[in-house]
Design a binder for this molecule. Structure first.
Ligand SMILES: C[S@@+](CC[C@H](N)C(=O)[O-])C[C@H]1O[C@@H](n2cnc3c(N)ncnc32)[C@H](O)[C@@H]1O
Length: 311
């Protein structure tokens, strides 16, 4: 990582040990350190395929953590997936995971009724109407499809105009006050018409009163400059990305943060109801006063695909 990186202050927070700490009371499996776990990953995959009308061959995972989603998409979808992650130990885990996955065999069955095509005619053994069936087998090493860059999302060592989709599952690099640089990087690396899809569950959602936001930013546990749904939107617009849909994630956030708090209370009962993680305790308290949490964005690099495949 270069110190030209405008989000370099993240290196103070996100370092070796972060993933162990976060997973200690995580309500789901450690390899999915985002709200919603594997179910949300499957929902995201289906959404990305719908929003790109299936035209994905290269994807970028922002803040990929220990790489389980990148490896999953490479193995199941056959996409080339690049992850970007700041914590070196997580990068190593992600690379090892891709190596250990091994080889996938893809099976494609082609049935053709058309005796006029040269291939079908060659395969037809009886009457002209007999369907020609071909079985295609291919073998692919998952490690050949997955790359993981040890870098910050604010300054990515990746080629321009290269990715069909950039996705982020609670990509904490965007919580940085300089997130506009990350959004500009996303714009740069996407191909024209490419999709940007992310959600971030723990940030203040839309419509918080200004005084409550100031209190949240000034709080010793939640304090973090320029963190809100509205400021994400401001930075997305400033980056040149074209917004297609923006929603909040209040229900998902409440479910996820509530499950984490419940696990803490169960496993550390001696605290008399308070939580061992003050950041979570304070966040839940602010959420109960602010009402909404999180942001979920679908955006494109212009020009927009028309018609837009939104629901
Ligand atoms: C909540 S975790 C999500 C990890 C992963 N997306 C997943 O679903 O398992 C946030 C991740 O963001 C990474 N991160 C934080 N700041 C970053 C930055 N500036 N650039 C790249 N990664 C960053 C953290 O190290 C961590 O892996």
């Amino acid at each position: 990582m270069s110190w030209k990186d405008p989000g370099s202050s993240d290196a103070e927070i996100y370092k070796d040990g972060f993933h162990e700490r976060l997973s200690r009371f995580w309500p789901g499996p450690r390899e999915q350190l985002h709200s919603g776990g594997w179910a949300k990953t499957q929902e995201m995959t289906a959404e990305i395929k719908r929003l790109t009308t299936g035209e994905v061959s290269r994807a970028l995972d922002l803040c990929c953590g220990e790489g389980a989603t990148a490896v999953y998409l490479a193995a199941t979808e056959g996409w080339e997936v690049t992850g970007v992650e700041l914590v070196e130990s997580a990068v190593m885990v992600a690379r090892a995971r891709a190596e250990q996955y091994g080889t996938v065999v893809r099976v494609k069955l082609e049935v053709s009724n058309s005796a006029s095509s040269a291939e079908a005619a060659e395969a037809t053994t009886t009457a002209d109407e007999t369907p020609a069936v071909r079985l295609h087998l291919s073998y692919q090493s998952v490690a050949d499809l997955v790359r993981v860059a040890h870098a910050s999302v604010h300054y990515m060592p990746l080629p321009s105009n290269s990715y069909d989709v950039v996705y982020g599952q609670d990509p904490d690099g965007l919580a940085n006050e300089n997130r506009v640089y990350a959004f500009k990087e996303v714009l740069r690396v996407l191909r024209p018409g490419g999709l940007f899809y992310f959600w971030h569950h723990w940030i203040p959602g839309p419509g918080w009163r200004p005084d409550l936001l100031l209190e949240y930013w000034g709080d010793p546990y939640t304090g973090s400059p320029r963190l809100s749904y509205e400021l994400y939107l401001e930075d997305l617009r400033a980056s040149g990305l074209q917004l297609a849909s923006v929603t909040h994630t209040t229900e998902l956030s409440a479910r996820h943060m509530g499950a984490m708090a419940a696990r803490m209370r169960r496993e550390v009962p001696s605290l008399d109801g308070s939580l061992p993680d003050k950041w979570l305790e304070r966040s839940l308290e602010f959420a109960s006063r602010g009402g909404t949490m999180g942001i979920h964005v679908v955006a494109y690099k212009p020009p927009l695909p028309l018609p837009l495949p939104l629901r």
